[in-house]
Design a protein around this ligand. Structure first.
Ligand code: ADP
Ligand code: MG
Length: 283
């Protein structure tokens, strides 16, 4: 069929009992579900095919193809895909500790060591995706799910993701305004590095307790992302952080995408490697 994937038709009613809603998007909602035979608990993303435009269908097809391809402990695993007349059902591993977003708001800022426990698996899995030629394009705390322990993260929502050739340049603006790289907004063409910018905004948010480039209006956020500088000086909060930590954030939030740190380079950065050694000594 259109989706270019093997999907079983009309089996969802037989196999699954759909439960409580976990999240909601424009075309989709994510619910708990229980396999009636095995009693396994899963999450299912239910996508309404009705009213989807061609480019949205293409994105959904890519979402399914990419989820089928990936296999990483910090990325949500897809279990099965089903289709009914109206909907597509993506059954996936349930990761029920809530969104990283909810673990950030309403708590004190993260120390550098606490931020590391989230950043390390995040960068490691982004390096894995980039190595496979996958750009996520919507990395943000709402799309990073936690386990019982906050650091047991899994990347979710490949709804805007794309398989790319090594130096492929993308133009389609997409993502979420406060996390999106400047080159995506200026329509100058972007690549994998756009994901690193988003990871940088997440690290900044963890450490600083607010977004690096924010504003009251869309225009203000765009203006700040493209032209705004990070005010390190005269900021008492940053004064407490290590030079390595600040260098890493700045290296990820470099407005020049060609100079921005790559996922591989981040994994070799002293802010990461020093803490990695300590963790191996005292797991
Ligand atoms: P959308 O494209 O609508 O943003 P997502 O795939 O991000 O869809 O899912 C929406 C929300 O549903 C997520 O932000 C998360 O809160 C919840 N969710 C998604 N997948 C899972 C999962 N596997 N386990 C638990 N909750 C999930
Ligand atoms: Mg999402």
């Amino acid at each position: 069929g259109y989706w270019g994937i093997e999907i079983s038709r009309n089996r969802e009613q037989d196999d699954f009992e759909i439960g409580e809603e976990l999240g909601k998007g424009r075309f989709s909602r994510v619910c708990m579900c229980v396999n009636k035979h095995t009693l396994d608990r899963n999450a299912v993303k239910i996508i309404m095919k009705e009213d989807m435009k061609q480019d949205e269908k293409d994105l959904l097809r890519a979402e399914i193809a990419i989820m089928r391809l990936v296999n990483h402990p910090n990325i949500i695993r897809m279990e099965a895909v089903y289709e009914s007349k109206k909907d597509i059902f993506i059954v996936m591993q349930l990761h029920s500790g809530g969104e990283l977003f909810d673990r950030i708001v309403g708590r004190p800022r993260f120390t550098e060591d606490e931020a590391f426990t989230v950043m390390y698996p995040l960068v490691e899995s982004v390096a894995y995706l980039h190595e496979m030629g996958i750009v996520h394009r919507d990395l943000k705390p709402e799309n990073i799910l936690c386990g019982d322990r906050i650091e047991d993260i899994k990347i979710a929502d490949f709804g805007l993701s794309k398989m790319v050739m090594p130096d492929e340049i993308m133009k389609m603006p997409c993502g979420t305004l406060t996390y999106v790289a400047p080159e995506v907004l200026t329509l100058n063409g972007y690549g994998k590095e756009a994901d690193i910018w988003s990871v940088g905004t997440i690290m900044y948010l963890l450490l600083r307790g607010r977004l690096p480039f924010d504003g009251e209006t869309r225009e203000e956020i765009i203006e700040n992302t493209i032209h705004g500088a990070i005010a390190w000086q005269n900021d008492p909060v940053w004064a407490n952080f290590s030079e390595d930590g600040k260098d890493l954030v700045l290296g990820m939030l470099n407005k020049d995408r060609e100079k921005r740190y790559t996922a591989k380079a981040i994994l070799a950065h002293p802010w990461i490697t020093q803490r990695e050694c300590r963790r191996e000594e005292h797991p």
